[in-house]
Structure formats: C-alpha cells, structure tokens
Design a protein around this ligand. Structure first.
Ligand code: ADP
Length: 629
C-alpha cells in the first residue's frame, strides 16, 4: 500500500536531495551508526531475554554492486516491527524533523548536521534515488519499506525466511557511482566509523569478474573488515592522537567541528571507569529545552547500556558529549536503576570535577577558546553557580560579566580580575542589574561610582539576578547592588550613631521641606525620600530598599510569571543639582507649580531605570507645557 510522508518529511527530503552539499559521504556514517545502535540494542535485549541466542556474531555488512548500481548495508541488530518502521522511518512525526527544517533556514550547508536531529536515515537520499529497507525483529514478521523520496513510500510484508536485523539497499543516483567503489567505501568507513565496536565487513563486488594472478590462477577475493573496532576511550591517553579523539567526537556528536576541549582519563580506586568527554565548540540548538538529547553514552564491560544517560551529568553540564565505561556496573543494569545508583553517583562526582578542571585550564591557558566557550555555555555555568554547592567556589571563578570599563557587552571581566583591580579605598564589589548593556551604561546611578573610579559590574542576563543572590561575596568582599539600600562612597562608619542610624546632616535639614513635600505627594509608591550619595549630575533616581526587589528584579519575576508583591521604592534626590535647589526654593516660597515639577521629576526617575511611566499622558503634557514656556 502506498502512503504519503508527513509534510515535514517531504520538505526535509527535498532539502536533502537538492542540497549542493559536498560531503554527501556522511550518509554512510549515518547508516552505519544506525546499524551499530541497532546491534547495541539487540545485544542488550539478548542479555535480558533468555529466548535469544546469546552467541550471535554481530556484524555490519556492506555489499557494493557496480552493475546493479547498488550499495547494501546490512546489520543483524534489533530490527523493526511494521509499526516501528511506520513510526521511525515513514512518518517521522519526530520533532527532530521540524527542528532540523527550522535550523536549515538559518544555516547554509546544514545537511552535515543531519544526524544531530534524529533524521540521519534520510541522508540516504543524498546519494540514492530509491531506498529499500527490509527489516525483521526476532520472532516477528519481516517488513519491506520502499521509497523514491518523492513524497511517497510503500510498506509490504517481507519474505518468511528473511534474516533478523535490517538491510538497506541504496539504488545510487547516476552521479553517485563513487559509492560502489571499494577504495572509496574503505576510505569513508575508516574516516568516520573506525571505532564502531562491531566488524564492518566489505564483501567483494559480485558483478566484477575475478582477476587472474601472474600464474594465471583465479584470485578469489575475501570479505574484508574495514574498521579497527578499538574502543578508543579504553586505550591510554598517550596511545590516541588528537585526530583520533576528534574524529570520534564528530562521530558521536554528529558534529563537523572539532571539540573545544577533550577530557580523557581512567579512574582507579573505589570506582573504576574510563571516560572520554568533549566540550563542543557550539551549543546544541535545543540546549535549553527540557526534552533535549543530553547525557553520556554508558558501557559496562564492553556492553552498551544506553545513550543519553542523564544521571552522569548535572544539568548545567548537559552539553558535554562522550562515553563512560565502567567495569563495576552490573550488565543488566536498567535505566531506572541508574537513577539511584551509588556507583553512578561516584562516577558523576569525578566527571564533574574533571570537566570543571578542563574548563579552568581552558580559561587560564587558552583565553580565546574560553571566550568562545563562555559565549556558548556561560549561562550554563551560571546555572552551576546557582545550583552546585559542592563546586560553588570553583564555578565562581569561571563566571564573567561586562562592567563600566567595557566598551561593549562582549567585553567581560571575572570576579578575580575585578577584585584585583579594585582601588584600596573600595570595600565592596558593586553590581547593577539591568535589561541591557545600554541601559546599564547610561543609568544615573553610576555617576558617583564613576567619579570615585569604582568599577561596577553589569548583570544583564536575566539569570544574573539569581546568580547574584547566590554569589553574596567574593574573597571576603561583599557583592553590593548599587540600586539598593544606602550607599555612601565617601562616608565611613563614624558617621553612624550607636543604633546604626545616620545623624541627619546639615543638608538633610536644609532640604527637609522638599523631601517632606515629595514624600507626601508620592506616599503610595515611595517609602522614603532622601538626599543621594549616588548622583553627581542627575536630579533624581529610584533605588530599592536594602532587602526589597529592585526594578529589574520585578521585571524578571514577572517575566517568569511570578506574582510580585507591591513594593515601595526609595526616591533619592541630588542636593547638588540646580534643579533640586530650585525646587527647594519653590517649596519654601509656596509656589503652586511645584506639583507639576515633582511629577516630572518622578517620571524622569522612572524612565531612567527603565520602568514604564505610570501616567504617560500627564508626563507628555507637562513636558509640552514646559517647552512652550
Ligand atoms: P536517529 O538514528 O537519530 O534516531 P534516524 O532517522 O537515523 O534517526 O533513524 C530513526 C529511527 O529508525 C532510529 O531511531 C531507529 O529506531 C530506527 N532505525 C534506523 N535504522 C535502523 C536499523 N538499521 N535497525 C533498526 N532500527 C533502525
């Protein structure tokens, strides 16, 4: 019966078939990788299901035929039932297809990424104009699936004596004849699939007549195994080259770019295991989605346990790819058991330590790579600062922020560098949370910090607010939000009386009529009005109470759909500002226009901190009136 592909699949096929991508050879990597996965699963099933013959000789066979123009890839893996073919190959309702199409819109040459999206099978259509798949699960009927990639496929029942596993026949396109060439096939397999742990066996082309040797005898060609099958993570570090590990990474991550860092080690002692881990050069497109593929491959004594084992990594390191093999785990360990396994927990602890070490090293020795890394994964590291107490002190050294000294948002400073260049008179680490670099850079709150030569960090990533909450201090220096509480850069402790409250200064007394007037006028939204130590040029600003929500925090909370209790702000006015002096005179003289001035001042303070005006119409009218005068 003929069926049509889901729309997305048709679109995908169009893209694959018509792409001008030069590396069409990756189709073989994808199909071999599928075959190897299928064998992994068959082996695993054989362990738990006693009805299966356990001594099966697992292999991946390749058969090229020049005359028929076909290449056949056969495995004796798990196979698929009719329903599975329908689900995995036919309809691909998988979200992977959609995401892939989305990603293709933005990236030219993306077919190389095809495997990342769980649509690797379709890569076959880059080289074939017809694909036939025969597959059979043990104890089930064989299923035949055929398609020419033009929107339709057909599923029929297969032969009764079909072998278990899957066999894929590619009817190669006229211009793709290189893929029946023995040397070409060998080259591709060596390049991409050398460490596949099952033999990849190339059979002699049956359409080529056997040649005679010097003595006139017919040379019978034997099938040859193309791959070395060495599990490179189990070999010692000095035995494997960077090329080897890079190509292994490309294979498991379906990535064309080499990793930014490689961590290869074996642990001895309480828990024995070996690991080969990679930090990719670019973040996966779906890193922030909860259903993203993440986690490591896990093997126990040469037996594949599973892909995407999330238990081996904390969420903030979920972008790491790689393999872990332990001889301590029981072979029949199930995914459920992994969740609460003491061995897994111990392995994870070591892995996390090693990875953080590798990131530290990158930061210290390869700053350019670290910049790249931080651009891609900085947010994940911040998540670690927030959530991983055990490694908090190390992770703290890794985070970076732009500051008043940055020319643009990409120029970042670590807490250490910040602390190291603090002037002796500066006691605390200052930061400002804001929606953007521009807003932060231009806020009046910075005025007196600039005057004192104090650097202020900008927390402009929405997650920074939560990071700030956890950071608290660095090297004994408190982190201090500059838009919160009282800040007196010139004052010292002797200014305060015994109960910790500041004595009112002469200026406080002088401006009292104005601060009282403003406090009364804005009593619903403003808790206190006081003279500012933060401002040098601007007339007025809002700050938060020592323990209250800052304006930015309120916005972040709302963005996360949290209800924010109504908070009262603190209004600070600048006694040095001519405008404020004039307003004081106005109050003292009992001028009626003081109310309009006060409202304008209030609006300005709102605008400066990026809060929408509470009464835009009135604000506009006041400004227009003023302009007319
Ligand atoms: P992915 O392998 O990334 O999931 P593919 O498009 O390559 O995406 O394959 C889709 C699914 O089809 C696989 O997840 C697997 O379940 C099934 N499949 C593909 N090839 C084989 C095979 N040789 N044997 C058994 N199942 C297979």
């Amino acid at each position: 019966m003929k069926k049509t592909f889901k729309t997305e699949v048709s679109q995908l096929l169009d893209l694959v078939i018509n792409s001008l991508y030069s590396k069409k050879e990756v189709f073989l990597r994808e199909l071999i990788s599928n075959a190897s996965d299928a064998i992994d699963r068959a082996r695993f099933e054989a362990l738990t299901d006693k009805t299966q013959e356990a001594d099966e000789e697992y292999k991946i066979n390749l058969l090229a035929n020049k005359e028929a123009k076909t290449l056949v890839i056969t495995d004796n893996g798990i196979g698929m039932s009719a329903e599975e073919v329908e689900r995995n190959i036919g309809t691909v309702a998988s979200s992977g297809t959609k995401k892939f199409l989305q990603a293709m819109k933005d990236k030219a040459n993306a077919p190389e990424l095809i495997g990342q999206f769980g649509v690797g099978f379709y890569a076959a259509f880059m080289v074939a104009d017809k694909v036939q798949l025969v597959t059979r699960r043990r104890g089930d009927k064989a299923v035949v699936w055929v398609s020419d990639g033009n929107g339709e496929y057909e599923i029929t029942e297969g032969d009764e004596d079909a072998a278990y596993g899957t066999s894929i026949t590619l009817f190669l396109r006229e211009d793709m004849m290189e893929y029946v060439d023995e040397w070409r096939i060998r080259e591709i397999v060596r390049r991409y699939s050398d460490y596949i742990s099952y033999p990849i066996v190339l059979f002699p082309d049956p359409s080529i007549a056997p040649e005679k040797d010097d003595k006139g005898e017919i040379e019978i060609k034997e099938p040859q195994t193309l791959n070395s099958m060495k599990a490179i993570w189990k070999r010692s570090k000095d035995e494997v080259s960077k090329e080897d590990t890079d190509s292994f990474y490309k294979h498991i991550a379906h990535d064309n770019e080499a990793p930014l860092a490689t961590v290869h080690f074996s642990a001895e002692g309480a828990t024995e295991f070996s690991a080969l881990l990679f930090i990719p050069a670019a973040a996966p497109f779906d890193m922030y989605f909860s259903q993203a593929k993440c986690g490591l491959q896990l093997y126990a004594r040469n037996v594949f346990i599973g892909d995407d084992i999330k238990e081996l990594l904390p969420h903030y390191l979920s972008f790491v790819k790689g393999v872990v093999e332990s001889s301590d785990l029981p072979l029949n360990v199930s995914r459920e058991m992994l969740q609460d396994d003491a061995i897994i927990r111990r392995i994870r602890k070591v892995i996390v330590g090693k990875l953080i070490g590798a990131i530290e090293e990158m930061k210290n020795k390869r700053p350019d790579d670290y910049t790249k890394f931080y651009r891609e994964f900085g947010r994940m590291i911040k998540e670690g600062v927030h959530g991983d107490w055990e490694n908090h002190d190390k992770l703290k050294e890794l985070v970076q922020f732009p500051s008043t000294l940055s020319d643009d948002a990409s120029k970042l400073v670590t807490l250490k560098d910040y602390a190291d260049r603090m002037p002796a008179s500066q006691k605390e680490i200052y930061y400002l949370t804001a929606d953007s670099f521009e807003v932060a850079k231009n806020t009046p709150l910075l005025e007196s910090f600039k005057k004192h030569g104090y650097e202020v960090l900008f927390f402009i990533d929405p997650v920074d607010e939560f990071v700030a909450e956890r950071l608290r201090e660095y090297n004994g220096k408190k982190l201090r939000a500059i838009d919160r509480g009282e800040i007196d850069l010139d004052g010292d402790e002797t200014d305060k009386s015994k109960d910790g409250k500041k004595e009112p200064t002469e200026a406080d007394k002088q401006f009292k009529p104005l601060t009282d007037f403003l406090a009364e006028r804005f009593k619903d939204t403003v808790k206190t009005v006081r003279l500012s130590n933060r401002l040098t040029d601007s007339a007025c600003c809002f700050v938060a109470d020592e323990y209250g929500y800052t304006a930015h925090m309120e916005r972040v909370m709302r963005a996360f759909n949290q209800t924010v209790p109504p908070t009262q702000r603190i209004m600070e006015i600048n006694a040095e500002s001519p405008l404020i002096k004039k307003m004081l005179d106005s109050v003292n003289a009992g001028n009626a226009s003081i109310e309009d001035w006060a409202d304008l001042l209030y609006g300005q303070a709102q605008l400066a901190e990026g809060t929408p005006l509470s009464n835009p119409a009135r604000f506009n009218k006041l400004v227009s009136d003023l302009m007319l005068k």
